[in-house]
Design a protein around this ligand. Structure first.
Ligand SMILES: [Zn+2]
Length: 285
């Protein structure tokens, strides 16, 4: 089973008013065809875009809900929550509408801020998985003109998931992009120690770092204290990784995950966990 934990639905970039929305850089229907041809069983989807394009009423979640209905269960909806505008009541509404997870990005406070705890508490009670953007956030100069655009990469670090995971042990958290190049070592520590925190490797940074850095992140000495300094896979850490693509076209991350797992000689069972089994368990599928 293969499940993609991280995609976005967004307007056609050439013609935002045109009918069919986009996903994976192509019209949704075409994207579904391509993902299905590659044996991907389900896709988790959240709204696209940053604050400038977010619907003030429903955060773009209506587009996600439409995909959930139109494609008969192929899409698993993750609803965008925008605090401080949205609180636990909105989390309840999303759960009632059939969303299976929440997406947080670009919050004006760090993810572990006390004001956000009621959101996590409700997500835990409703069995929703939380997907967090982590690390570097794309920037365009025109965003500076938007008075509401209050963000800083500092608010979106893997270490913020640590406090949430300790407080809500029944809540499953997924950090996107492994925190990016700046925070990926934090992410590895959190992944190794917190049983309810997972990561995806999407984005442009992690898949491009040199192989020795990937060995540093996912490897360990075969025997500690340099008794045998051969680098082998740290299976405990790799078992916390989850397949996702974000906005890339289908082959980009299918290739990256496959090559990463193959180069580390990950056992078949571990490969199956990363590509979908772990997420299926988190979603109760
Ligand atoms: Zn994303």
């Amino acid at each position: 089973m293969i499940i993609n934990v991280h995609t976005h639905v967004y307007p056609n970039p050439q013609d935002p008013q045109a009918g069919e929305k986009f996903l994976s850089q192509m019209p949704v229907s075409q994207a579904v065809e391509q993902w299905q041809q590659r044996n991907v069983d389900h896709i988790c989807v959240c709204p696209g875009g940053l604050l400038a394009s977010v619907d003030p009423i429903d955060n773009g979640n209506d587009d996600v809900e439409k995909l959930m209905k139109d494609y008969d269960g192929y899409f698993i909806g993750f609803g965008r929550v925008c605090p401080p505008k949205d609180g636990p009541d909105y989390v309840d509404q999303l759960a009632d509408r059939g969303f299976r997870g929440l997406k947080l990005i670009n919050t004006p406070m760090p993810y572990d801020d006390e004001s956000l705890l009621p959101i996590y508490e409700r997500a835990e009670a409703r069995g929703l998985v939380c997907l967090f953007h982590l690390g570097w956030l794309g920037h365009k100069p025109e965003m500076a003109a938007n008075q509401d655009y209050i963000t800083r990469t500092h608010n979106m670090q893997p270490v913020h998931l640590d406090a949430i995971a300790r407080r809500f042990s029944g809540l499953n958290l997924i950090g996107a992009h492994l925190g990016g190049r700046a925070y990926c070592q934090q992410a590895i520590d959190v992944a190794g120690w917190m049983p309810n925190v997972y990561f995806d490797l999407t984005g442009g940074l992690i898949r491009r770092v040199p192989w020795p850095m990937l060995q540093m992140l996912f490897g360990r000495q075969k025997e500690e204290s340099l008794v045998d300094d051969t680098t082998v896979l740290n299976e405990r850490v790799m078992a916390k990784m989850i397949f996702g693509s974000d906005n890339a076209t289908p082959d980009v991350f299918l290739t990256f995950y496959k090559n990463l797992l193959t180069k580390f000689e990950a056992p078949d069972q571990l490969q199956e966990q990363v590509m979908g089994k772990t997420l299926a368990d988190l979603l109760g599928m």
